[in-house]
Design a protein around this ligand. Structure first.
Ligand SMILES: [Zn+2]
Length: 319
């Protein structure tokens, strides 16, 4: 079983990520097998597990066919989704898969319209790959681990905040790119900037982010009613407010990080500032930011920021 998982994870993780991903995913799988006597997994009927896997597979394949996901992105998303569902129960699983579905859908819808803009991003290909899937899943998966050890509602709130950042950021980026108005700089909102430039935010993008955070908060809250296994705050607003605010703050920090600490390059031909390694078919030169800090790390940091905000707000609410 673990041998199979190792080969599987190694096959889908590019660029040295497997050094971390393989032991981590093995630990998770071993842990599920070992602890399944008291985790949520053992209380599910076989039919429910099969239904979950089938639905997940359909979603993953739709993502590939619609060109919203790469193969490895779809497999990684499905894998983490099942870990999060298995350990965190329906409430967690629905929040995660809501992000997975709507994030892929937004990527698909915006794909054609923003082809020219996407050239400015580090990954010219707009499909979501396994590194991006992992960046969005690693904290919820780790928290799903914790919640079966320490059955405290605060862990569900933090996970909700983390997933809310992911959807808020994805919808903000994908839908914001369709804005007809010029965006503004996230650190200097009084300055108008070019569409697609690092750290640019538009009103449309901000509204889409709010929508993303609200959707995650209410999907988690809605499912918690019919979920007997979840660990959920007794007060509705102690969940909803921290998740929405954490999601929004985290996704805004993503835009701030993108134009401050993220590594940015300059095109030697057209002088544009870009995340890309190649622009105008020539290799770009280093311009600003921390040299190892590429966009995937920026996403991960913003998820952590959002999760911390959710945690703090929950504390303030409860005490
Ligand atoms: Zn250029």
């Amino acid at each position: 079983m673990t041998g199979f998982i190792t080969a599987f994870v190694e096959a889908l993780t590019p660029k040295g990520f497997d050094n971390i991903a393989v032991p981590a995913s093995n630990a998770i799988v071993l842990f599920i097998l070992y602890k399944s006597s008291f985790s949520f997994v053992s209380s599910l009927s076989n039919n429910a597990i099969i239904a979950g896997v089938v639905v997940g597979l359909v979603l993953a394949f739709s993502g590939i066919i619609l060109k919203a996901l790469t193969w490895d992105g779809a497999i990684a998303g499905l894998y983490f989704g099942l870990v999060i569902l298995g350990l965190g129960s329906w409430t967690w699983g629905v929040m995660y898969f809501t992000f997975f579905i709507l994030g892929s859908l937004a990527t698909f819808l915006g794909k054609n319209k923003k082809k020219s803009i996407s050239q400015e991003f580090e990954k010219g290909d707009t499909r979501r790959d396994s590194v991006q899937a992992m960046v969005n899943s690693v904290l919820p998966a780790f928290l799903a681990f914790l919640v079966i050890l320490f059955r405290d509602p605060i862990i569900t709130v933090i996970a909700g905040g983390a997933i809310a950042v992911s959807l808020a950021d994805t919808l903000g980026t994908e839908i914001g790119a369709l804005s007809k108005f010029k965006p503004r700089s996230s650190i200097k909102p009084w300055v108008k900037t070019e569409q697609g430039s690092p750290g640019a935010v538009s009103i449309l993008g901000l509204l889409a982010s709010v929508l993303g955070a609200v959707i995650i908060a209410f999907s988690g809250f809605g499912v918690s009613f019919i979920d007997n296994y979840t660990v959920f705050p007794t007060s509705m607003w102690a969940f909803i407010i921290p998740v929405i605010v954490g999601g929004l703050v985290g996704s805004y920090f993503d835009s701030i990080f993108a134009c401050t600490i993220q590594k940015l390059n300059r095109c030697t031909i057209c002088e544009k500032i870009t995340e890309k390694k190649v622009h105008c078919e020539v290799e770009t030169e280093y311009y600003s930011g921390v040299k190892w800090l590429r966009n995937d790390f920026v996403n991960l940091f913003s998820i952590i920021v959002g999760a911390i905000v959710s945690l703090l707000l929950y504390f303030i609410w409860m005490f």
